[in-house]
Design a protein around this ligand. Structure first.
Ligand code: F6P
Length: 323
């Protein structure tokens, strides 16, 4: 291959810049040119590309976000969008593509692979719900951001003897909520994978009060139903029964920004370099994930077949720590 391209797609996260940097510098060492595709698959359809070199990826290792931009592209889901993308890749003499993103983005990569184009994926999603990798790029930084926020909220919660509902990201996945609950010490965790009724939450908050705790931290995944706002209203109605006054904090997109942690920088650099080697040497149509600390290929088909299951043993671990 003489010229490859790289794109970041879907929800961003910390570590995308170090990953692009690793792709570019590994390719350049092998005398392969790299084009950066701007705004994910939308840029591929619009042929919005920029040539990258060792210097243009300088100074981005510590920066959050993605300097080539990302997008969720509804056009690329259509056959017509995919054909347009393929046409642009061929027109620009691009021999192979690296796609950095989560399940949706890797499904897009699979579509290109099935059309015969050489593609390699790299898992990057704060939700950590991609198969074929122990961890995805961005997860560690987001968890640390959540911990920082929860630790601070705990201070004020204890000062005022309050219960706090803290909503974290995870539209379909309770990974961040559960890990944050273990690492920050939450009294209650609410995730889509485990059914919990509002009555059980009332009971849990009351328990924390009766045990003499000075606060009650409830971490809620965005995807838990009926949702943090409904629960907030419900707990306010039950104020007399639960002992604590309640406040709600929705962390939102603060969780996606910020400088990548050392873990994310090293993970992203490793996977970026491994993906280039994979693209140059084949086989293609795989995702380069990190399995047991070793960059390892998994067929894209398998990586996106279903959402990675949460290890519910960790739910038991969290529960033990709430005693
Ligand atoms: O897919 C990653 C994710 O961060 C989810 O956890 C969250 O629900 C979603 O993206 C938010 O997406 P957007 O930035 O498009 O609102």
């Amino acid at each position: 291959m003489k010229r490859i391209a790289v794109l970041t797609s879907g929800g961003d996260g910390a570590g995308l810049n170090p990953c692009i940097r690793a792709v570019v510098r590994t390719a350049m060492e092998k005398s392969v040119e790299v084009m950066g595709i701007r705004w994910g698959y939308s840029g591929l359809i619009d042929s919005d590309m920029v040539e990258l070199n060792a210097r243009s990826v300088g100074g981005i290792l510590n920066k959050g976000g993605t300097f080539i931009g990302s997008a969720r592209s509804p056009e690329f889901v259509t056959k017509q969008g995919q054909r347009e993308a393929l046409r642009n890749l061929n027109r620009m003499n691009i021999d192979g593509l690296i796609v950095i993103g989560g399940n949706g983005s890797l499904t897009g990569a699979l579509a290109l692979h099935e059309m015969g184009f050489p593609v390699v994926g790299i898992p990057a999603t704060i939700d950590n719900d991609v198969n074929g990798t122990d961890i995805s790029i961005g997860v560690d930084t987001t968890l640390n951001t959540i911990l920082d926020a929860v630790d601070k909220i705990k201070d004020t919660a204890s000062s005022h003897q309050r219960a706090f509902l803290i909503e974290v990201m995870g539209r379909d996945s309770g990974y961040l909520a559960l890990m944050a609950s273990i690492a920050a010490g939450a009294e209650i965790v609410l995730i889509p994978e485990v059914e919990t009724s509002m009555e059980e939450v009332v009971e849990g908050v009351d328990n924390a009060y009766v045990k003499g705790k000075s606060h009650c931290i409830i971490i809620i995944a965005e995807g838990w139903q009926p949702g943090a706002r409904s629960l907030n209203d419900y707990l306010k109605e039950k104020r007399e029964e639960i002992g604590f006054d309640v406040r709600l904090t929705v962390l939102g997109h603060v969780q996606r920004g910020g400088s990548p942690t050392s873990y994310d920088r090293i993970l992203a650099t490793n996977l970026g370099a491994a993906a280039v080697r994979q693209l140059l040497e084949g086989p293609h149509g795989v995702m380069t994930g990190m399995i047991k600390n070793t960059p390892s290929p998994t067929p894209l088909e398998k990586a996106v077949a279903f959402q990675k299951k949460l290890n519910l043993d960790l739910y038991g671990l969290w529960k033990t720590m709430t005693l």
